[in-house]
Ligand binder design. Structure first.
Ligand SMILES: Cc1cc2nc3c(=O)[nH]c(=O)nc-3n(C[C@H](O)[C@H](O)[C@H](O)COP(=O)(O)OP(=O)(O)OC[C@H]3O[C@@H](n4cnc5c(N)ncnc54)[C@H](O)[C@@H]3O)c2cc1C
Length: 389
């Protein structure tokens, strides 16, 4: 049993107050880093037996760079960053309809955006907390009882612990959010489609450091060639959500075949590369939109509170920005967690709203055009240099 938290003392330092972070991905590891640095005693529970690896590269840009610099991690991220990639929209005969090139070489301006393998970023963030915070892998929160002096947490092994604060960093389908705020339907904004992503060894389907996209109304196939691998992405639009069992991976593969079988371009080869294994990412394209990200002593960071969707291309950045902003607010307000949580929300939500709105409109039209008119408009904008991705 961990020791109980100190009682409320406004504007004092946390001095070893125990806090619990749920989830050990970008939001969870970055939050653990900052809370440890602020002087809290941090425990992280992660449902998976270890860090959850795999997935497509993560974009690092804007404020995320500043925050990683403050964490002392930016040079490690830059050292692992991937070369810039060209982007091409294709028709069924593989003609390029629009796109832009990759600026690289000694004369190129320093990039404002970096891409890094998801696993490399996880390793860098983990190294920043390894040995400094306690990890409990294979564990999840079962119950949260929030009281004036702290939160009593029951874990799924039945053990009970007292914490000063609980931070939910457990992703789009957050367990913490469900326990505190109720049914995810109340906060889930369905954007009208589903995405499948798989990373396979280099396929020879496209040159290195190029992304190619083929769209017909409502259906997009994307291939990203980089390093020694190729990302295969399929996305399809639907009017409303499909009832499916997210644990049934075979059913998800069938859904992709149902939508993409019979299409031209490199789609048949990409479908073949899906194989029959379960090592892929499939999810609805959705955002989490909440009027507030905290209740009492419990607060959400990253996808748990404000998933911007893969269309925004900023999920990882947003998680790191969220963790940095929460830490700033807690650093300013000390033990007055209510004031810190308010400031965290008040200062960040306009940025989140803006990213979410752009993803739901321009992002969807760009990456998953719904009609021939949207496809033509996208290709025109790319040809005229009006779009960057
Ligand atoms: C394995 C994996 C692969 C991904 N691949 C892609 C991709 O290819 N493209 C893309 O756009 N996005 C991908 N994402 C999503 C992307 O990482 C997030 O959108 C973004 O980085 C936000 O980070 P986050 O830390 O808020 O959430 P996430 O990265 O989703 O992390 C949430 C963490 O919480 C853990 N968790 C879940 N439930 C519980 C629970 N009950 N108790 C404790 N821990 C729990 C999860 O195991 C995970 O480690 C992937 C996520 C994961 C977990």
């Amino acid at each position: 049993m961990l020791s109980p938290p100190d009682s409320d003392r406004k504007h004092t330092r946390p001095a070893g107050a125990p806090v619990l972070v749920s989830g050990a991905s970008f939001a969870g590891l970055a939050t653990a880093f900052w809370l440890n640095r602020l002087g809290y005693r941090v425990t992280v529970v992660e449902l998976a037996p270890g860090l959850r690896k795999g997935g497509t590269p993560v974009d690092i840009e804007g404020e995320t760079i500043t925050i990683l610099e403050r964490m002392g991690m930016f040079e490690a991220v830059r050292a692992k960053s991937l070369p810039p990639r060209a982007f091409e929209c294709k028709d069924a005969q593989d003609h390029t309809l629009g796109g832009f090139g990759a600026e690289a070489g000694p004369d190129a301006a320093p990039p404002a955006r970096f891409e890094i393998h998801r696993d490399d970023l996880l390793d860098i963030l983990f190294a920043g907390v390894d040995g400094l915070v306690e990890f409990r892998f294979g564990r999840s929160i079962k119950q949260l009882e929030d009281g004036p002096g702290g939160v009593t947490v029951t874990l799924d092994d039945g053990s009970r612990h007292a914490f000063a604060l609980v931070i939910g960093c457990d992703g789009n389908r957050s367990n913490t959010r469900k326990l505190v705020f109720g049914d995810e339907k109340n906060f889930t904004y369905f954007m009208g489609g589903y995405v499948y992503l798989k990373v396979v060894p280099e396929t020879g389907l496209l040159p290195p450091n190029v992304s190619q996209v083929y769209s017909v109304p409502g259906l997009t196939t994307m291939l990203n060639g980089y390093d020694d691998r190729t990302d295969i992405a399929f996305a399809f639009r639907t009017e409303s959500e499909i009832e499916y069992d997210y644990r049934n991976r075979a059913q998800q593969r069938v859904m992709i075949h149902d939508h993409f079988d019979g299409l031209g371009w490199k789609v048949p080869a990409a479908l073949d590369l899906m194989g029959t294994d379960d090592d892929f990412y499939f999810d609805r394209i959705n955002q989490i939109r909440m009027p507030t990200w905290s209740k009492g002593r419990i607060v959400l960071v990253g996808d748990a509170g404000y998933c911007v969707s893969p269309v925004a291309g900023m999920g990882g950045s947003m998680a790191i920005i969220g963790a940095g902003r929460l830490a700033e607010a807690l650093g300013r307000h000390g033990a007055d967690h209510a004031a810190a949580f308010r400031e965290y929300h008040d200062k960040l939500h306009a940025f989140v709203d803006d990213v979410q709105k752009r993803a739901a409109t321009e992002g969807m039209a760009m990456i998953f055009p719904a009609s021939e008119a949207e496809i033509s408009e996208r290709d025109r904008k790319l040809r005229d240099g009006e779009l960057d991705i």
